[in-house]
Design a protein around this ligand. Structure first.
Ligand code: NI
Ligand code: MN
Length: 227
């Protein structure tokens, strides 16, 4: 049982769970951090935290080409079904998607969630993902919130947290989030993609090391963590 977490830039990840592939928020086309093209990506499952363009990204193209199952909130699922994606699983916070090698539980996130065409995208989410013997929290786009303590109680091998500020929590609040989540490892996302979210990830890592018990892992786009 293995889980490998590869950062595609921004909030996009490719999880290899045993012989299976999960894409999270696959924003590749138009992502200046991306090291791959959408056409190079294959997936069994696509997990989506919310409907903003920098998260939905290339999901429609990848899902139609590969037949990957799109796992997202109820309103987003209706939008995908209306746009020709047939393999959709819809949920909401507290619920889980499950198959025989993966579970993904919707968590709350505090943000907004409209599609680029203006359609309503439901409430934004994060996910607690279990597969390959690992438990991973992808926070999505969110501010700090105290219920992160409950998410941490699930026992996290890795937390993926936004640090960009402006649209999500910034560095100060991400340190408080690490204290609530108490993950073994934490890695930053949603920074440096665009000028409003420029951050010093090395400085963030130094603060995580000094102020929390977690191991800070700053990836380059294309880099991976093996759990
Ligand atoms: Ni967003
Ligand atoms: Mn975003």
């Amino acid at each position: 049982m293995t889980a490998t977490v590869k950062w595609l830039g921004h909030s996009a990840y490719q999880l290899e769970i045993d012989e299976h592939t999960v894409l999270i928020d696959p924003f590749v086309s138009g992502n200046p951090m991306a090291t791959v093209t959408a056409q190079e990506l294959a997936a069994d499952i696509i997990l989506l935290t919310h409907a903003h363009g920098d998260h939905v990204g290339d999901s429609v193209e990848i899902a139609k080409r590969t037949g990957a199952q799109v796992v997202c909130n109820f309103e987003m699922g209706d939008w995908f079904l209306a746009h020709g994606v047939e393999n959709v699983f819809q949920g909401n916070p507290g619920g889980s998607f499950r198959n025989d090698w993966l579970s993904a539980k919707w968590t709350i996130a505090f943000h907004s969630s409209s599609f680029p065409d203006g359609s309503y995208g439901g409430q934004p989410n994060g996910f607690i993902i279990r597969g390959g013997g690992a438990t991973i929290y992808h926070a999505g786009d969110t501010c700090l919130f105290s219920d992160m303590q409950l998410i941490g109680a699930e026992g996290l091998d890795l937390a993926l947290l936004p640090i960009g500020d402006c649209f999500t929590m910034g560095i100060d609040d991400s340190i408080a989030a690490v204290r609530l989540l108490q993950p073994k490892r934490v890695s930053p996302m949603h920074f440096n993609t665009f000028p409003p979210i420029e951050q010093d990830a090395a400085a963030w890592g130094a603060r995580v090391t000094a102020e929390t018990a977690a191991e800070a892992i700053v990836l380059e786009p294309g880099g991976a963590i093996v759990l």
